[in-house]
Design a protein around this ligand. Structure first.
Ligand SMILES: NC(=O)c1ccc[n+]([C@@H]2O[C@H](COP(=O)([O-])OP(=O)(O)OC[C@H]3O[C@@H](n4cnc5c(N)ncnc54)[C@H](O)[C@@H]3O)[C@@H](O)[C@H]2O)c1
Ligand SMILES: O=C(O)[C@H](O)CO
Length: 323
């Protein structure tokens, strides 16, 4: 029997799976720091999400064998320190792709058809004539530029190309072998250099992990290269975008709108201009937040944790060797 510290609540059935084999403490360091730090020195496994795990915290956990994240993104964890200490890092790729792609498509439609702004007219009793000044733009038939074309990017491309008849261009670290990875997208998504993708796209969707290479990638130069009147959506990680540069591009009228599920600082600070900007549709990082998908993520994270504690290779280990 080993010691597991759940730093976020888990569904009861997944906690039961762990409790059947190990001792479990549930303590979120932001809510119950005393209980969390009391359990940390004896913990063999950590499971949870959205809490930074840095070198100082890891130094207090000498017995740790595995950190199992209930997320696919692992930028919250000090990967180099985990590798140095020989601690496995596990995550939840794949099980959330379709749900996150649904959310991103929702943002595409909401921004282009001005759902929030026009819904507010109804709520405020201001619905009168819907004239040209309140029309939106079509989504179907337009060009989508995807920045990041991994599991989720491909699920977005599928909706765009197969469901909405869109032309799909993508930029990634390297071209994807569609015949092997996504045969249904063959001939329907084209690897395109960024400098050609940006001026051609009516919508640009960033679906990038946060790394040294992607931090601040969407800056003034990137935004200026976008087509005038285009819409920008961020579903990856907030710090991949310079928020001041995005606001400037919106205020100058170069971009028509932005849909944002992620922000540099979360929860979004009350004084952020992005919170109330009339042409920004902000969401509170809910890409994967459905009952079904969050349960599937917790289930995979639990499986990863139990496998690691049993000395088996977990289903989804994140490769920290590049850190
Ligand atoms: N909003 C949400 O709730 C939510 C949900 C899930 C994932 N995410 C974020 O989305 C990210 C992507 O998830 P995924 O499962 O599709 O990952 P993935 O690893 O399958 O795909 C990542 C893609 O980004 C590309 N990429 C990485 N670095 C790049 C660079 N420097 N330049 C250009 N392209 C680069 C890769 O080539 C790949 O195409 C996650 O890491 C996470 O941060 C957000
Ligand atoms: O990376 C992820 O899985 C999402 O952003 C949820 O945290």
């Amino acid at each position: 029997m080993k010691n597991v510290l759940a730093f976020k609540p888990l569904p009861a059935d997944q906690l039961d799976r762990i409790r059947a084999l190990h001792r479990v403490t549930v303590a979120d360091p932001k809510v119950a720091p005393d209980a969390f730090y009391a359990a940390l020195p004896e913990a063999h496994g950590l499971i949870g999400a959205s809490t930074p795990i840095d070198a100082a915290l890891l130094a207090k956990a000498p017995k740790l064998e595995v950190v199992s994240s209930v997320s696919v993104g692992v930028d919250n964890y000090d990967q180099a320190e985990l590798r140095r200490r020989g601690i496995l890092l596990c995550h939840t790729p794949g099980v959330l792709d379709e749900t996150v792609a649904d959310t991103i498509f929702g943002l595409l439609i909401a921004t282009s058809r001005r759902f929030v702004e026009l819904s507010n007219l109804v709520r405020e009793g201001k619905w009168q004539n819907i004239g040209e000044d309140l029309f939106g733009d079509d989504v179907h038939g337009k060009t989508l530029g995807l920045i990041g074309f991994g599991r989720i990017g491909q699920a977005i491309a599928r909706r765009a190309a197969l469901g909405f008849g869109m032309r799909v261009l993508y930029h990634a670290r390297r071209p994807v072998d569609l015949a092997a990875a996504a045969p249904d997208l063959q001939g329907k998504a084209t690897h395109t250099p960024l400098e050609q993708l940006l001026p051609q796209s009516d919508f640009v969707v960033a679906m990038l992990p946060l790394s040294d290479a992607t931090r601040g990638m969407v800056d003034a130069k990137f935004l200026a290269a976008m087509k005038r009147g285009a819409i920008f959506i961020n579903g990856g990680r907030g710090p991949t975008v310079s928020e001041p540069d995005l606001l400037a591009a919106l205020d100058s009228g170069h971009l028509r709108a932005a849909g944002l599920d992620v922000f540099t600082k979360e929860p979004l600070p009350f004084d952020s201009p992005l919170r109330t900007h009339p042409r920004v549709t902000p969401l509170p990082h809910i890409g994967s937040a459905t009952h079904e998908t969050r349960h599937a993520m917790a289930e995979l994270a639990t499986t990863n944790l139990l496998q690691a504690l049993a000395g088996e290779r977990p289903t989804a280990v994140f490769d920290t060797s590049a850190a």
